[in-house]
Ligand binder design. Structure first.
Ligand code: ATP
Length: 238
């Protein structure tokens, strides 16, 4: 097996004196779609914050051969670990196209940036149609498309999407899941952090279940989705 793209082991992190994560382990191989699921407050976003170095953590955090603990959030982004944050956090008053340009702000390769624009407009024809529209006036689903498109403009190796489905209609969620599958085909590894376990399981290869800051289950989706505890707690099976 090749070296993992992301390797997290024995990770502890929290806010000030309040511990949230304890002894978390999670590995992502290049080309995988991995999902991290768990209910509200389980610590999923905290894990993403620790990985992107926005909050401090202890343990092993390696990405693409680099020790993330010696990196700033800006440097982590520069290594190609790019997040689509919960709540999208678009530049509301800027156009779709200017939001996308912001995603590429660290890049200097004009030809590569032009290719990325073409690629994201192919993935999201709606964003091409709406490219001059102010991002704050897009629908919720369009805003999520714009946030994913902006992250792709950074040419990520790993795209980490937090709560992609939150507040969106099932038909829009399905479209976005199809886009994630396509993105993976184009060579981008994906970490999908979701409360909507059913949706996440339709697209992921493997999954991790988090409860109160710990990983309590992990495995192939075919195994997790047949696990009676997972079915009962997250898939609505009695
Ligand atoms: P959700 O899906 O609701 O975002 P989550 O699994 O992502 O849930 P986290 O946001 O990581 O959960 O929260 C985990 C715990 O950390 C919760 O108890 C939460 O109250 C706490 N927490 C989150 N952000 C902060 C913060 N900035 N300061 C203090 N505690 C926080």
């Amino acid at each position: 097996m090749s070296a993992p793209l992301l390797e997290i082991a024995g990770l502890s992190a929290g806010y000030g004196e309040v511990p949230v994560l304890s002894g978390v382990g999670l590995v992502i191989q290049p080309g995988e779609i991995v999902t991290l699921v768990g209910s509200n407050g389980a610590g999923k976003t905290t894990l993403l914050r620790a990985v992107s170095r926005v909050i401090a953590g202890r343990g092993t955090l390696r990405f693409d051969g680099h020790d993330l603990l010696t990196h700033t959030p800006e440097q982590v982004f520069g290594l190609g670990l790019v997040q689509v944050p919960e709540g999208r956090q678009l530049f509301d008053k800027m156009s779709v196209e200017d939001n996308l340009k912001m995603g590429a702000y660290r890049r200097k390769d004009e030809a590569g940036i032009a290719r990325s624009f073409e690629r994201v407009y192919e993935l999201f024809p709606r964003m091409k149609e709406r490219r001059t529209q102010i991002a704050g006036s897009l629908s919720g689903g369009e805003q999520q498309m714009c946030a994913i498109a902006r992250a792709l403009m950074a040419a990520p190796k790993l795209l980490a999407v937090d709560e992609m489905s939150l507040g969106l209609a099932p038909v829009v969620v399905d479209q976005l899941l199809a886009v994630l599958a396509e993105i993976r085909k184009q060579g981008v590894t994906v970490l999908l952090v979701e409360q909507d376990v059913f949706a996440a399981f339709t697209v992921a290869d493997r999954g991790y279940v988090m409860e109160t800051g710990r990983i309590v289950r992990e495995g192939a989706i075919s195994v997790l989705s047949n696990d009676p505890e997972v079915q009962k707690a997250y898939l609505g099976v009695q």
